[in-house]
Design a protein around this ligand. Structure first.
Ligand SMILES: Cc1cc2nc3c(=O)[nH]c(=O)nc-3n(C[C@H](O)[C@H](O)[C@H](O)COP(=O)(O)OP(=O)(O)OC[C@H]3O[C@@H](n4cnc5c(N)ncnc54)[C@H](O)[C@@H]3O)c2cc1C
Length: 392
């Protein structure tokens, strides 16, 4: 892969809206990605392997629990810093950002918000340091967009719960030490359970043959009469709102992350367009290529402003789930469109691993599907503005 010459676009001086702390956090993440991710990521994506050696580095830049209080090992940062870290990591690779998103928003967040003090003390510091990796089991083979239909269930056996079922498409599953698993009790109410690797009857087979998020490990979670200790139930929230609350936090991070992938594609294509000569001129001098580049920076700028504003609302605890859906949907769609256009600007070189664009493009096919598909987020906006529920 070519050396990482990334220069972040900031057409509307959005930086002026950031604090010194935001910029410091972002710089640390940006430098780390250049040093530790860019040189190796193409190779790991080609091998379809997660680079485990970067876990400590991810912890050091605050990617594991950016907004979790420092008393539990988190970085104690605000929501905009969290977003900027996700942006920079996804600038490197969406698969690496997925690992950080799952760890922070889908594992640490529910333990922090829905867990008791003993659970927080036991798990959060280990997860913040990267000593333990977590995963989040919501999706099932027959229940993706409709997680409320899940069939994974547990029965109260007096001194323990007995868990049965299967989860599918679970990021980090093949090497996670702990899984936050959503399952129904005997009354049909959804609860979160902390299931640890090594519990009898719990297996995590890896999902192979992915053309997308190849540097992220994906797998199933299979529970065959797993005895889960009663103290592993998250006590402070139940019902579908509990996992959806985690998804709000992760989707917010994805909205930022997608900007990172788009920035990388735009920056690569812009540089290439000035260097590549055809018909005696740089291809960037042709109006057709300028149209592509001008539209890209316009869309990136709109996404930066939308997402910064969402971060301000989130810091004030005022961001609604529907606002987060709008940003996730808009930004991932923006990024996937830019990746496709940027790849064309690179011509044949665009399909090779010499450049990051094709990898981003393929990764974004997962990002536009997971954490609520493009369609589902549109329906959430539709419900919010009309008050009429298209899901029923
Ligand atoms: C790489 C990867 C990693 C993932 N990681 C995780 C993870 O860590 N944890 C986890 O729990 N899940 C994870 N997922 C699962 C992901 O969240 C689901 O794939 C997603 O929610 C969609 O579910 P589905 O694949 O079953 O698609 P389906 O729900 O079957 O949807 C298929 C199509 O039908 C459309 N559709 C569905 N319902 C409606 C409707 N009411 N109206 C209109 N159209 C509709 C969808 O938009 C989509 O286009 C991951 C997925 C991938 C690909």
């Amino acid at each position: 892969m070519k050396p990482d010459l990334f220069e972040a676009p900031d057409y509307y001086n959005v930086d002026a809206l950031l604090s010194e702390e935001h910029k410091l956090v972002r710089e640390a993440a940006r430098e780390w990605v250049k040093r530790e991710v860019s040189p190796i990521i193409e190779d790991y994506a080609q091998k379809a392997e997660f680079p485990k050696q970067i876990l400590n580095g991810l912890a050091e830049i605050g990617a594991f629990g950016p907004y979790i209080p420092m008393e539990y090992g988190g970085a104690g940062l605000d929501q905009i810093s969290y977003g900027l870290i996700m942006q920079e990591i996804e600038r490197g690779d969406s698969g690496i950002r997925s690992t950080a998103s799952v760890q922070s928003s889908l594992v640490m967040y529910p333990i922090w918000k829905y867990g008791n003090e003993a659970q927080r003390q036991k798990y959060l510091p280990k997860l913040a340091s990267g000593e333990w990796i977590g995963c989040f089991g919501l999706t099932e083979p027959d229940h993706g967009s409709n997680p409320g239909g899940m069939v994974t269930n547990f029965k109260d056996k007096g001194d323990h719960y007995l868990l049965n079922g299967t989860k599918m498409w679970i990021s980090n599953a093949p090497f996670a030490q702990v899984a936050v698993v959503w399952a129904k009790d005997e009354t049909g109410r959804i609860h979160g359970l902390l299931v640890e690797r090594g519990m009898e009857g719990f297996t995590t087979p890896e999902t192979h043959n992915k053309w997308s998020l190849r540097a992220s490990a994906t797998g199933e979670l299979i529970f065959d009469n797993v005895k889960v200790p009663k103290e592993n139930l998250l006590p402070n929230k139940s019902g579908l709102g509990a996992p959806l609350g985690c998804l709000d936090s992760a989707r917010y991070g994805i909205a930022w992350g997608a900007i990172g992938a788009a920035m990388d594609c735009y920056d690569t294509a812009l540089r290439y367009s000035k260097e590549r000569m055809q018909f005696g001129k740089p291809i960037g001098q042709f109006q057709l290529q300028q149209k592509k580049l001008a539209e890209m920076i316009t869309e990136i700028t709109k996404a930066q402003l939308l997402t910064w504003r969402l971060g301000v609302l989130k810091n004030d605890n005022k961001a609604t789930s529907a606002q987060i859906s709008m940003a996730k949907r808009n930004n991932v769609d923006m990024a996937i469109t830019i990746a496709r256009e940027a790849r064309q600007i690179l011509g044949g070189m665009g399909i090779t691993g010499e450049y990051s664009i094709m990898r981003h493009s393929m990764n974004l096919e997962s990002v536009i599907t997971y954490e609520g598909t493009h369609d589902i987020h549109l329906l959430i906006t539709g419900l919010d503005i009309t008050g009429l529920n298209a899901f029923k």
